[in-house]
Ligand binder design. Structure first.
Ligand SMILES: Nc1ncnc2c1ncn2[C@@H]1O[C@H](COP(=O)(O)OP(=O)(O)OP(=O)(O)O)[C@@H](O)[C@H]1O
Ligand SMILES: [Mg+2]
Length: 158
């Protein structure tokens, strides 16, 4: 399995990674963000949305209680946070896979237990804080695999 590793020592590093992701992702893709509290899942989502044209005045916050935020990016981002959900049945009831069918880029914090319910073929971004902040990125399907390959080529990581 290919895993790309990006050191994220500074917020600027995370913004740069978001910019690279913005260039290779498309509507209908699934990005799952994993990692402990405060590891930067929402920060990376915010930076990705800015890179996809969201105005600075529009806040991007964790949809921890509302579960889903829709953002007027290009392509449009659907941002979910499944931290509070217990199991796949709850997640299925949200119908998030339909967001992808409608052409939105689906970004899901705490989504890795639910990749199948989210429609599969995910780019998994694991954010770690120890021993230092970093992202480890892998793919679970064909489309996400080619996104990963494009990301590796664009960023010189691999
Ligand atoms: N290199 C970095 N990359 C991203 N965030 C960083 C970095 N350095 C410091 N931070 C800070 O870490 C915090 C990350 O918080 P954020 O809300 O994005 O985490 P989260 O993973 O979404 O947490 P939660 O699980 O609670 O949703 C922010 O306050 C951000 O400013
Ligand atoms: Mg968050």
């Amino acid at each position: 399995m290919t895993v790309l590793a990006y050191p994220l020592a500074t917020r600027r590093d995370t913004k740069r990674l978001a910019g690279q992701l913005a260039r290779v992702l498309a509507g209908g893709d699934l990005v799952v963000l994993d990692g402990p509290l405060g590891s930067g899942k929402t920060f990376l989502t915010r930076a990705l949305c800015r890179a996809l044209g969201l105005g600075q005045a529009i806040p991007v916050t964790s949809p921890t209680f509302t579960l889903l935020h829709e953002l007027e990016t290009v392509p449009r981002v659907a941002h979910a946070d499944l931290y509070r959900l217990r199991d796949a049945v709850d997640v299925r009831a949200l119908g998030l896979d339909a967001q992808r069918d409608e052409g939105r880029l689906l970004v899901v914090e705490w989504g890795s237990p639910y990749v199948t319910v989210l429609g599969g073929d995910a780019l998994i971004v694991e954010l770690v804080m120890e021993p230092a902040r970093a992202a480890r990125i892998h793919a679970t399907g064909n489309r996400s695999g080619s996104v990963l390959a494009e990301l590796a080529a664009a960023s010189g990581v691999g």
